[in-house]
Design a protein around this ligand. Structure first.
Ligand SMILES: NC(=O)c1ccc[n+]([C@@H]2O[C@H](COP(=O)([O-])OP(=O)(O)OC[C@H]3O[C@@H](n4cnc5c(N)ncnc54)[C@H](OP(=O)(O)O)[C@@H]3O)[C@@H](O)[C@H]2O)c1
Length: 310
């Protein structure tokens, strides 16, 4: 009888250590779903962040309390990152679980991107997350535990036309995370890339366009077919997807609870499929195979092409 009593006493003991979780981009999609989940998880202290212009939206969902704060953070601004980290350090000692979720996605062929566009894409999806990681690591190493969870994408495994810059930013995030896995191995800090594919959400409405890829310009010219086919294709796949932001948020929570989570987690069915396609198809076949499966790809840019016939 005694051991059983001991078990129940141990189970009911309040948890002493409440890890501090910092989540970026909580105004919409996965970030909002995750903040909603964490709002009710008593075992964590949470810093839910959003850009200044979206803070009101976040505040309309949650009330701050002694374990849930809402703070402004534009991940591209170093001053924002440092100010917030200093406040967290002062209040709660540091960040134990960092979730780099905030992200943007440009829809543009490479020729239509400007250097400024490329910089914003990389600043949001790569430099910002790296800055937050650098701020968080000293505390994580000092305490001998910590988790970094980067929301990546299928675009971090495979690049698609009109999404070059987005893919480049996620490939960069994947490469750095892989190196960090080794660097953090001796210190007890884990790193995980959650890789969603198509998600049933409105986030395709938030896609960024460049001056030349802007759909209101009534696409014309050599890349017109790429835009005319890729945009509805991506929207259709997102509408058809069975995975919601809430489902991804649950996967992230699962990673948070795991002692030793894996580095890569394909988070949707298509992500798992693309993972195997990339691994198993010979390289010579991989890209032509994917190309022929894009909508009407055989006819793309025919009347603009000067390709020489053999
Ligand atoms: N949706 C998908 O199908 C999909 C698939 C694969 C991967 N992902 C990845 O999942 C993550 C979340 O995407 P989502 O689908 O939830 O997109 P979303 O609905 O468009 O939400 C993106 C979030 O990031 C925030 N954000 C953008 N720029 C920011 C900045 N400079 N600083 C701070 N926050 C910023 C947005 O806030 P504002 O309100 O301020 O704009 C918003 O809260 C992204 O990293 C994305 O690449 C999404």
């Amino acid at each position: 009888m005694r051991p059983l009593l001991y078990f129940f006493q141990r189970k009911s003991k309040p948890q002493a250590f409440k890890p501090v979780v910092l989540v970026t981009g909580c105004s919409a999609g996965i970030g909002l779903a995750l903040a909603e989940l964490l709002y009710n998880c008593q075992e964590y202290r949470v810093v839910a962040t959003a850009r200044e212009h979206s803070l009101e939206k976040v505040r309309s969902h949650f009330l701050e309390n002694d374990r849930f704060m809402i703070r402004p953070l534009d991940v591209t601004i170093e001053g924002d990152r440092v100010r917030l980290y200093n406040e967290i350090q002062k209040t709660w000692g540091g960040v134990d679980i960092l979730i780099n979720n905030a992200g943007i996605s440009y829809r543009s062929v490479i020729e239509h991107m400007t250097e400024k566009d490329e910089e914003l894409q990389m600043a949001t999806n790569y430099f910002g997350p790296m800055g937050l990681i650098r701020l968080s690591l000293p505390h994580m190493r000092a305490t001998g535990r910590g988790k970094i969870i980067n929301i990546s994408s299928v675009s971090g495994m495979l690049a698609m036309p009109t999404m070059a810059s987005y893919s480049a930013s996620k490939f960069a995030l994947e490469g750095a995370s892989e190196a960090l896995w080794y660097e953090m191995r001796p210190f007890g800090v884990t790193i995980t890339l959650v890789q969603p594919g198509f998600i049933h959400s409105n986030s395709f409405k938030n896609v960024y366009h460049t001056e030349l890829s802007d759909p209101t310009r009534n696409w014309s010219g050599p890349y017109c077919d790429f835009y005319q086919n890729m945009t509805p294709f991506v929207e259709k796949m997102m509408n058809m997807s069975l995975t919601t932001p809430e489902k991804i948020a649950k996967q992230v929570l699962k990673v948070m609870k795991q002692e030793n989570p894996p580095l890569w987690i394909p988070a949707t069915l298509d992500a798992t499929l693309f993972y195997y396609i990339r691994r198993l198809l010979p390289r010579r076949i991989l890209l032509p195979f994917l190309y022929w499966n894009l909508p009407k790809a055989r006819t793309w840019s025919k009347e603009h092409s000067h390709r020489r016939q053999k």
